[in-house]
Design a protein around this ligand. Structure first.
Ligand code: B12
Length: 316
């Protein structure tokens, strides 16, 4: 085995990748050399090389590194004592995805990789892909470039086939977990001046969870009431906590009763800003004084601005 083992430089040349890329694949995805002779640098065995070949091929095809690494790690050992063939057609991702696809429009390779992982119900790859994107690009870019296209694609496919409910639930849960982890990683200090809530009977919480994580990333404290908040409970929360802004999410017409917004405007501790967010609201039915953000970035910047103006007025 020692004779067959290769140095990092030799492996890099064979694969046509940089040695720094090999190092990244080792550190981030655990695809490192397994041969270790005391007193020498670690060496890559034929099995290591075969895994790296899968990694190189899949990343070249546009699969995200996290997903490619997962396939590479799962590949059986090709050596005579191993159990199978690494890199054969059997280990290609598209063979295990149930045969369908989630349309992601013009979104990039990471979204296509996430869509494929979702079709395979591959929870680990889904989580890894989302966590990697959050770490690399932050919440807003991950929402717009990765999560939103895949969620919209799942909705489209569901509308066309009435299927994919299991995919929708697994992806929703993975997105929630990843966004919660991102929020926990950036807990802002200072009083929570932004109240986030879903409209009554509204169960679509993911966009609000994205907003929570983006606010945390921007250092803005918030309080999250989550799904299905009856209007009485919402007004009670406003009166008890006196937020500068309330973001009320409605995803469908069925939950977009403008009376909820009017109740906020009439609350004894009326917030400075009431945001009606989500595709459920109809612009022509919103009470005067309610603002409708166009996207996540605008919801973050409006919330941050109103928090700053309240803090400023309290200092003056
Ligand atoms: C995941 C999902 C679920 C999950 C939600 C899990 C969770 N924790 O959130 C579950 C399984 C619970 C669910 C339930 C239902 N769902 Co659903 N769901 C979805 C799905 C696939 C993604 C939702 C999402 O997060 N979208 C986020 C992005 C993709 O939405 P968007 O519209 O592009 O949003 C943009 C704008 O709102 C704008 N924006 C403007 N202001 C702001 C502010 C902020 C802060 C942000 C972030 C964005 C923003 O930017 C957004 C993009 O960033 C959608 C498909 C879709 N297209 O949304 C269906 C979808 C919304 N659901 C649908 C339906 C019908 C239902 C159910 C009624 C199904 C049922 N029969 O039980 C229930 C509703 C229950 C209820 N009363 O709420 C339909 C709604 C049809 C309609 N227009 O009325 C959709 C469109 C699917 C479909 N095509 O049929 N669902």
């Amino acid at each position: 085995m020692v004779d067959e083992a290769l140095s990092a430089g030799a492996v890099a040349r064979r694969l046509g990748v940089a040695v720094t890329t090999l190092r990244t694949w080792h550190q981030r995805y655990g695809l490192g050399p397994s041969e270790h002779i005391p007193g020498h640098h670690r060496r890559y065995t034929p099995a290591d090389l075969a895994r790296l070949e899968i990694m190189r091929r899949l990343t070249a095809e546009g699969v995200s590194p996290a997903e490619a690494a997962r396939w590479a790690r799962q590949a059986p050992d090709p050596t005579p004592n191993g159990s199978g063939t690494v890199g054969s057609a059997r280990s290609h991702p598209t063979r295990r995805d149930g045969g369908g696809t989630i349309p992601v429009g013009r979104a990039g390779p990471a979204a296509r990789g996430l869509a494929r992982a979702a079709m395979r119900l591959d929870a680990a790859a889904i989580s890894e892909t989302i966590a990697h994107a959050l770490a690399a690009g932050g919440v807003i870019a991950t929402w717009e470039g990765l999560l939103r296209p895949v969620l919209a694609g799942i909705g489209e496919r569901h509308a066309a086939t009435a299927g994919l409910i299991e995919v929708e639930h697994l992806v929703s849960r993975s997105v929630s977990e990843a966004l919660a982890a991102a929020s926990r990683a950036n807990v802002p200090t200072g009083p929570a001046r932004i109240l986030l809530s879903c409209a009554d009977e509204e169960q679509h919480t993911l966009p609000l969870e994205a907003l929570a994580a983006a606010l945390a990333e921007a250092g803005v404290s918030y309080r999250m009431l989550g799904a299905r908040v009856p209007v009485g409970a919402l007004v009670e929360a406003v009166n008890r906590t006196g937020p500068a802004a309330v973001v009320l999410w409605s995803h469908t017409r069925a939950t977009a009763d403008p009376a909820q917004l009017s109740a906020l405007l009439a609350a004894p501790r009326r917030p400075l800003l009431v945001l009606a967010a989500g595709p459920g609201w109809r612009a022509d039915t919103l009470p005067a004084g309610v603002v409708r953000p166009v996207d996540l970035a605008e919801a973050v910047s409006l919330s941050a601005a109103v928090r700053d103006s309240l803090n400023q007025s309290r200092r003056d």
